[in-house]
Design a protein around this ligand. Structure first.
Ligand SMILES: Cc1cc2nc3c(=O)[nH]c(=O)nc-3n(C[C@H](O)[C@H](O)[C@H](O)COP(=O)(O)O)c2cc1C
Length: 303
């Protein structure tokens, strides 16, 4: 086997394949399919300070080469996570990150403080795609001052690796990436879903209850690749890429664009074993192309 381990901002992953938040539950849902310790790491569902019911149904829809979702961060809240979910995670021997979301900076801080106490959680993935209710609902991740405020505040209370997940729904992803880096992020993950909508012509109604939702899957891969490449060329901290990765060759494209690790999202719904095929396929690519280590491939796109 080639050397698959890689460092991503304070975390050493045994291989560069993680799973994406919201597509992998709390891990246990996949226990019957494969040994989760084979993953470089996994990111659990979006967690908020208070419990959230999520949006009304329908909140998922299939689209050409993709899916739309508007789940709305349904979760039991961070206290429920600490009491009922965390104990089940202690058995795993891989990196587990908690994806943290909030509607105000104060909510993010309170959530991060509680997660800071959890020894077996390797880091936070800070989801800044949520609407900032105090500032008129614009997502934290779509304005530089809002991104700065939330990352700086969480950095002050959270002592372990902080990965910040960017929203693609911006004009210039590089300016947000630079702000996030300057305010203490250890790594950057991207992309979250792309704002989109679907319409049912016969009923003349939107398909989702929320009208708009987030697009994921192969349809967004070219956009995600472009953004990973732009961010890789704009910051020094490691980049974790995702968006439409269905197989090992998709993953390799992200490494070439500059990702040090990748996350698999929508593919988990189609094939629960997708990550396993991707890990072995990456190894196969490295051997075929005579790369000794995955780190040799990162950013080696030939222009
Ligand atoms: C059903 C669903 C739920 C999601 N929930 C979250 C979430 O709670 N937090 C988050 O940061 N991203 C969430 N995402 C976004 C994914 O983690 C990922 O960024 C996105 O789907 C792109 O990757 P993919 O094309 O491989 O799915 C969700 C995506 C889907 C499809």
């Amino acid at each position: 086997m080639a050397e698959l381990s890689i460092d991503i901002g304070g975390l050493t992953l045994k291989n560069p394949v993680m799973t994406a938040s919201g597509t992998f539950g709390y891990g246990a849902e996949f226990d019957d399919f494969f040994d989760l310790n084979s993953l470089g790491g996994f990111v659990v569902k979006g967690t908020t300070l208070h419990p959230r019911q999520g949006n009304a149904y329908p909140r998922m829809a299939e689209t050409p080469s993709g899916m739309l979702n508007a789940v709305g961060l349904q979760n039991g809240g961070v206290k429920y996570f600490v009491e009922h979910i965390y104990p089940n995670l202690l058995k795993y021997n891989t990196h587990i990150l908690v994806n943290v979301s909030g509607s105000t900076v104060e909510e993010y801080i309170a959530c991060a403080e509680l997660i800071n106490e959890l020894e077996h959680i390797s880091g936070i993935e800070l989801n800044i795609s949520c609407p900032n209710v105090k500032e008129g609902g614009m997502a934290f991740g779509t304005s530089c001052p809002a991104a700065e405020a939330v990352v700086k505040a969480v950095r002050k209370v959270y002592n372990k690796p902080l990965m910040v997940k960017l929203s693609p729904n911006v004009t210039d992803i590089t300016e947000i990436a630079r702000v996030v880096e300057a305010n203490g992020a250890d790594s950057i993950s991207l992309i979250n879903t792309i704002l989109a909508m679907a319409i049912h012509a016969e009923s003349r109604r939107p398909v989702l209850s929320t009208v708009t939702g987030g697009l994921s899957g192969p349809a967004i891969k070219p956009i995600a690749l472009r953004m990973v490449w732009q961010v890789y060329n704009s910051v020094k901290i490691p980049v974790i890429g995702m968006g439409g990765i269905m197989n090992a060759i998709d993953a390799i494209e992200f490494f070439l664009a500059g990702a040090s690790a990748i996350q698999v999202g929508t593919a988990n719904f189609i094939d629960p074993m997708a990550t396993q095929h991707i890990i072995s396929g990456i190894d196969n690519y490295l051997l075929r192309h005579k790369f000794k280590s995955i780190s040799d491939v990162v950013g080696c796109l030939q222009l």
